[in-house]
Design a binder for this molecule. Structure first.
Ligand SMILES: [Zn+2]
Ligand SMILES: [Zn+2]
Length: 1011
């Protein structure tokens, strides 16, 4: 007996049970043992930030990762299953600051860097636990005890080694640059962090026109425009466009002519004539401005589309300004400190750039320098981590030059197979345009940059802990891990002069941490295997991961496949590629699957504050993990997915069709006590042979879809198979199941078992459950231990025939429904044109469409009307249009292959005419892809009577079901007397409703009684 099934599955309950069962039976361990020593398939997990609980948007990627690992496991591949957690850097720091109520870097320092590091570590440890639990709930099979955490000393040492290498190549440099700066985080940010639409918001800023009085032209001023008043105290120059004309207004103001208009001019000059003029700055009284001479400089990029055509230049507070300072040898004044607060020597002391706005405007007004003050709304960059509006500061940062590596990286990318394929070009675009990599952050809990500059001019870069220990002059004894503050206490001796040198305070960009993973976790160039050797430093106790040896690295590098969201092109895909090409000259991955973003079910972004975000746990318990996985798999990865309870309910409804097939089998198999494999299969009918071929076809289609990492094709193949199974095989074989036909039962069982095997990676729980219900006693306990099904020779001709039959039947149904003829009304005749492969199956078509006679041939019941497509044909035919039109209207035309028409001596293409096909009186038509079906709609008394019989059968069977009768129960049927004429078909009715007797009586409705 098969375990009987409820009407619908309770996904979350079933999933919880299976998680327990997998655990108790050690199924995952058995799978790994079974595949151990098999061919290798290397997946490298991109580290997820262990910082907050999982959201449903994280599940998309996790679904892919688990799905393809499960598929490869079913194919017998040996795999590593190592999960990764990103565990240091700005994102962890910002969350810990929030939790502790720390608002600035000074607060952190007062709190204590060691204490702060401890809190960061605790947060990572906590959320690594949460993620492990939530990922397991999704069904993700990973070696959770051996996750890697990027803050381990091993990971840090591998990055040091990389940095030493780039230094040896001459790519490492300290840049004095204007960079985007977050005043809250107190650090600069790099190009790859700040790319993307969500890094900008609409903000309202002041729009000021300000006078700069000219030194040598009494009563005249330049007028400049700015939206950042806080930069005015750092002004040193004003730029004009040399080839533009400037006018002097009667008020004594110089503007670009294009901005002010000619008629106000009392004098006109070329921009080049203004160059060299000196002016008084608006805040020249401040100590920082002492001795600064302001002058007009030329700049070809001055915009004449906005502002005044004169640009205020503050090299310490803007990127282009800074570049101009180099060309024109201008002083660089940085007016604000790390927190974006004014430095004392600029006035406005202690105010933020925001807070200084009104005092600055008031001061300008007081000195009669303000021409006009308004507001402007514009897109403005914000910090990717804390959403604070950014400013520009000129600071010293550390960079890796991208110039030499750019071409080799592009060559490496050319070897990668991207899915979807056009992402390859996105990566190329990024590589082509990438600037130098800004790797330093002025922060605390991150990779300590191992840079020890010496006043002799040597930059000492330490490449390993061993080297640090060997060169240390002090501080080693307290070095508990390679993090601040402990690392800061270690000094070393300079390579060149032997002087004691100290580390710079900066930490590294978190993408260094993630990018090194294909080396640090696989033991690149490590001479011998160290047990638990990866999990050291901050990750001690959080993981048991080993540090493998170089042989292992050679076996598992590069990754056969990686998968992350598309934005990782400029982040993890980029940083890994950069580091890998630097260290070993090749791409660290062979294939990539990338995907877009998760939106809510109406297509809006999800935000906690908007109330439309869905927590992963809530989704697991309300939708079920399988349903979520199915929903993500169906999605085209290059498009945003709309996620929510509505779409999930729709998936559940669709999965029910498969469930119903399984339940149908179980119910009928149990009625006849069918034993799989025990009874002889019996003689196969055509339909059985078709289902065998169709099942093989499913296996082949699914295999192909998995092999090309294209999940939408998995869902399409599976659902089309379920449709064939349910709406063709089962429905067409219903009577055989009633009779307990062993062949039908065993073929159906085979089809169901195969389908759960191939769909198991998509929805592991439902598949496992069904496997356990259906599996033979000698089959493996879990579908995941059963391997991948083999396929044999397939009867493709039969598949094509049945596909044609199904198309004809579908068109027949459409034709009926356009004429309002329900399927239970038998019809006399139909004609099929263009589906020759279906001709051998006329019997089935007759049966399906309830039509007495099926003919294959030309459909004559069709009228074709052709009209000229006037916008196209009018210009082409000119005055000949009239006669052509008349000939078409009269039906004097000939149809050509390909949809064209010959008329009145012209051959017209399919796009030049509008063809309408309509049915003649008494016929209903439907057509698609060259197949046309015509159904006769005329009804006679015999057909009408049969229609009533079928209505009755349907009704009685519904009553049987509602009365809770078993499939085999026999009944007595009582009909109203006025339905006595239906008894002309007494035997037919008896057979269909399992009635032993039918009588008539004075009842209003049919009555059913169990005998
Ligand atoms: Zn910030
Ligand atoms: Zn030195």
């Amino acid at each position: 007996m098969f375990a009987s099934l409820p009407d619908k599955p309770d996904h979350p309950a079933l999933e919880r049970q299976l998680l327990e069962w997998w655990q108790a039976e050690g199924i995952f361990d058995r799978l790994r043992a079974q595949n151990s020593g098999g061919p290798k398939w290397s997946f490298i997990d991109g580290p997820i930030t262990a910082n907050n609980p999982m959201g449903v948007h994280h599940i998309w990627g996790r679904t892919y990762k688990d799905l393809f690992q499960r598929y490869k496991a079913l194919r017998g591949f040996d795999q590593r299953y190592q999960n990764g957690f990103d565990s240091q850097g700005l994102w962890v720091e910002v969350e810990v600051e929030k939790a502790l109520g720390l608002g600035s870097k000074r607060d952190i320092e007062e709190y204590g860097i060691a204490e702060f590091a401890a809190r960061c570590k605790e947060r990572v440890a906590h959320y690594a636990g949460v993620w492990t639990e939530q990922s397991s709930r999704l069904g993700q099979w990973m070696d959770w005890d051996n996750s890697y955490l990027t803050f381990s000393d091993t990971n840090i040492e591998y990055i040091w080694r990389f940095l030493k290498t780039v230094h040896e190549r001459g790519w490492l440099y300290k840049g004095h640059r204007s960079t985007q700066w977050c005043p809250r985080c107190g650090t600069s940010l790099s190009q790859h962090e700040q790319t993307g639409d969500d890094k900008y918001v609409e903000l309202v800023h002041p729009s000021l026109y300000v006078r700069f009085p000219l030194a040598e032209r009494e009563g005249e001023s330049l007028v400049i425009w700015t939206t950042t008043p806080w930069t005015l105290p750092a002004n040193v120059a004003a730029a004009v466009r040399p080839d533009a004309e400037y006018v002097l207004t009667p008020e004594g103001e110089w503007w670009a002519k294009e901005r002010k208009g000619e008629r106000v001019a009392t004098e006109t000059k070329n921009g080049s004539e203004l160059v060299g003029w000196r002016y008084r700055g608006p805040f020249d009284d401040a100590p920082a401005l002492e001795g600064i001479e302001h002058r007009v400089i030329p700049w070809d990029d001055v915009s004449l589309d906005e502002g005044s055509g004169v640009v205020h230049i503050a090299p310490g507070a803007g990127t282009e300004d800074f570049e101009l300072s180099r060309m024109h040898d201008l002083p660089v004044l940085v007016p604000v400190n790390e927190s974006g607060r004014f430095l004392p020597e600029f006035g406005f002391v202690g105010l933020t750039t925001e807070e200084a706005r009104d005092p600055i405007i008031a001061a300008l007004r007081e000195h009669d320098l303000l021409v006009e003050a308004g507001e402007i709304t514009h897109r403005y960059p914000i910090c990717w981590r804390c959403a604070t509006p950014l400013i520009f500061r000129v600071v010293d940062d550390w960079f890796i030059s991208a110039q030499e590596i750019r071409q080799p990286m592009m060559e490496a990318n050319a070897t990668v197979e991207w899915t979807p394929s056009f992402y390859s070009k996105r990566m190329d675009d990024w590589l082509r345009n990438m600037g130098d990599w800004n790797i330093s952050r002025k922060r605390y809990f991150g990779l300590p940059l191992p840079f020890y500059p010496c006043e002799c001019g040597t930059l000492n870069v330490v490449g390993s802990r061993a080297e640090l220990e060997q060169r240390a002059t002090a501080g080693l004894d307290q070095l508990q891990e390679l993090h601040r503050p402990w690392i800061d206490a270690v000094s070393i001796s300079c390579d060149s002069c032997g002087k004691e040198v100290r580390r710079i305070p900066e930490v590294g960009d978190a993408w260094l941490d993630a990018g090194i993973v294909p080396f640090s976790t696989l033991g690149w160039e490590n001479p011998k295997w160290v047990e638990h050797g990866y999990a050291n430093g901050a990750s001690t106790g959080l993981s048991g991961a080993d540090l493998p040896d170089h042989v292992y690295w050679e076996e598992w590098f590069p990754a056969d496949w990686v998968s992350e969201s598309r934005e990782q092109i400029r982040l993890w895909f980029y940083s890994q590629c950069f580091m890998s090409v630097t260290l070993v000259g090749r791409s660290p991955y062979r294939a990539v699957l990338a995907y877009e973003r998760v939106r809510d079910e109406t297509g809006r972004e999800m935000h906690k504050s908007w109330g439309n975000a869905i927590e992963a746990n809530e989704a697991f318990e309300r939708m079920g993990a399988d349903v979520i996985r199915f929903l993500y798999c169906e999605q085209i990865p290059s498009q945003n997915v709309n996620f929510g309870y509505g779409p999930a309910d729709e998936v559940k409804r669709r999965l029910l069709r498969f469930w119903n097939c399984v339940k149908f089998f179980v119910d009928y198999a149990n009625v006849v006590k069918f034993e799989p494999g025990a009874s002889p299969v019996g003689e196969l009918k055509m339909l059985d042979r078709w289902l065998l071929a169709r099942t093989d076809q499913l296996v082949v289609e699914m295999t192909e879809a998995y092999e090309r990492f294209w999940t939408p094709a998995l869902i399409r193949a599976f659902e089309s198979f379920v449709d064939d199974l349910s709406n063709w095989y089962i429905r067409r074989s219903r009577r055989r199941f009633w009779d307990g036909d062993a062949a039908a039962l065993s073929i159906l069982l085979h089809a169901l078992v195969r389908s759960v095997q191939v769909v198991a990676p998509v929805m592991p729980f439902l598949a496992e459950h069904v496997w356990r219900v259906l599996r033979a006693d000698d089959a493996p306990a879990s579908v995941f231990l059963a391997g991948w099904p083999e396929t044999g020779d397939r009867d493709d001709a039969l598949l094509a025939e049945v596909a044609a039959v199904r198309q004809v039947v579908e068109l027949g149904r459409q034709a009926r429904s356009t004429s309002g003829l329900k399927l239970r009304q038998p019809l006399r005749r139909m004609v099929v044109q263009g589906a020759g492969a279906a001709a051998a199956h006329a019997e089935e078509i007759r049966d399906e469409l309830r039509v007495k006679d099926v003919e294959f041939g030309e459909v004559e019941a069709m009228e074709v009307r052709v009209k000229p497509n006037l916008p196209v044909l009018g210009p082409k035919l000119g005055k000949e249009l009239g006669p052509v039109r008349a000939a078409l209207a009269a039906g004097a035309f000939e149809q050509l292959a390909g949809g064209g028409i010959r008329v009145d001596g012209h051959e017209l293409g399919a796009n030049e005419v509008l063809v309408e096909r309509t049915a003649r009186e008494g016929w209903a038509l439907a057509e698609e892809d060259g197949v046309t079906v015509a159904m006769s709609t005329e009804l006679d008394d015999e057909l009408l009577l049969e229609g009533r019989v079928l209505d009755l059968i349907h009704r009685v069977n519904t009553m049987r079901k509602d009365a809770g009768l078993a499939l085999t129960d026999r009944i007595t049927l009582t009909l109203p007397e006025e339905d006595a004429d239906l008894l002309q078909h007494e035997q037919w009715i008896k057979d269909e409703v399992l009635a032993t007797e039918i009588r008539t009586d004075r009842v209003a409705e049919p009555q059913v009684a169990k005998t």
